[in-house]
Design a protein around this ligand. Structure first.
Ligand code: SF4
Ligand code: SF4
Length: 228
């Protein structure tokens, strides 16, 4: 009788585990498997708010001077409304539709099951609008992503130039460069979205991660990636 109950409990746990982790990705499995992982602590494979602070904190060095610059165009000016609306609409489309399709859907953070909300250090809390794709990003997606990130800065700057807000434009542009430098040197070196064009995790660590995740490994190898 007791044995039957234990078996039922085990089966229930397996169903719950597979609902939470339908692609069997290690970051969504029981943390116990990380204890003897050879790449433990070498990747940002569990939510760590230190990375959220770096990502968000430096983004605001760019964002705040740009938004002040747009407000300085004057609430009575058409330029102000055009700048504000086009930038906000672009940011919503970029972060909630375009970026998930081309970038985030390839990220193991997007493989979590049983929730519509994303739980990662950068876009945590956003609604998920795409399905997980275990294969790497293709060239077109990589180019779109670089272009899309540049547009985040270019759109407000067009209005700041027309409105001659050169000081705030300069401060914001410096913030944009700082944001990219922090991303590239502190975050991209440990980020688990390995096919992002900015990613700089060493190949041996990428290979180890893929070996732990057969569904991703299979999809990457079918795309031509070679594990050594
Ligand atoms: S790579 Fe996977 S198994 Fe290793 S520490 Fe990260 S989540 Fe755990
Ligand atoms: S970690 Fe980056 S690529 Fe992965 S889901 Fe979050 S924002 Fe997207």
């Amino acid at each position: 009788m007791e044995q039957n109950q234990n078996i039922k409990k085990e089966e229930k746990k397996k169903i719950m585990d597979s609902e939470k982790n339908p692609c069997n990705i290690c970051i969504w499995a029981d943390n116990k498997i990380c204890e003897d992982c050879s790449i433990n602590k070498k990747l940002q494979c569990h939510l760590d708010l230190k990375y959220s602070a770096m990502f968000g904190g430096t983004f605001f060095i760019f964002f705040i001077p740009a938004i002040i610059g747009i407000f300085k165009l004057g609430v009575e000016s058409l330029l102000f409304y055009l700048g504000l609306v086009s930038w906000i609409v672009y940011l919503v489309i970029f972060f909630l539709i375009w970026e998930p399709q081309m970038l985030c859907s390839h990220c193991p953070y997007y493989a979590e099951g049983g929730t519509k909300i994303l739980h990662c250090y950068a876009n945590g809390g956003f609604i998920r609008t795409a399905s997980f794709k275990p294969h790497p990003m293709n060239k077109s997606e990589q180019i779109q992503f670089i272009f899309g990130v540049l547009l985040i800065g270019v759109i407000p700057y067009v209005f700041l130039i027309i409105g001659q807000q050169f000081l705030l434009l300069g401060i914001s542009a410096l913030g944009f460069v700082i944001w990219l430098i922090v991303l590239k040197t502190q975050i991209c070196t440990v980020c688990i979205n390995f096919s992002c064009p900015f990613n700089s995790v060493p190949k041996d660590i990428v290979d180890e991660f893929l070996k732990k995740n057969p569904i991703m490994r299979d999809a990457w190898e079918k795309s031509g990636y070679k594990i050594e």
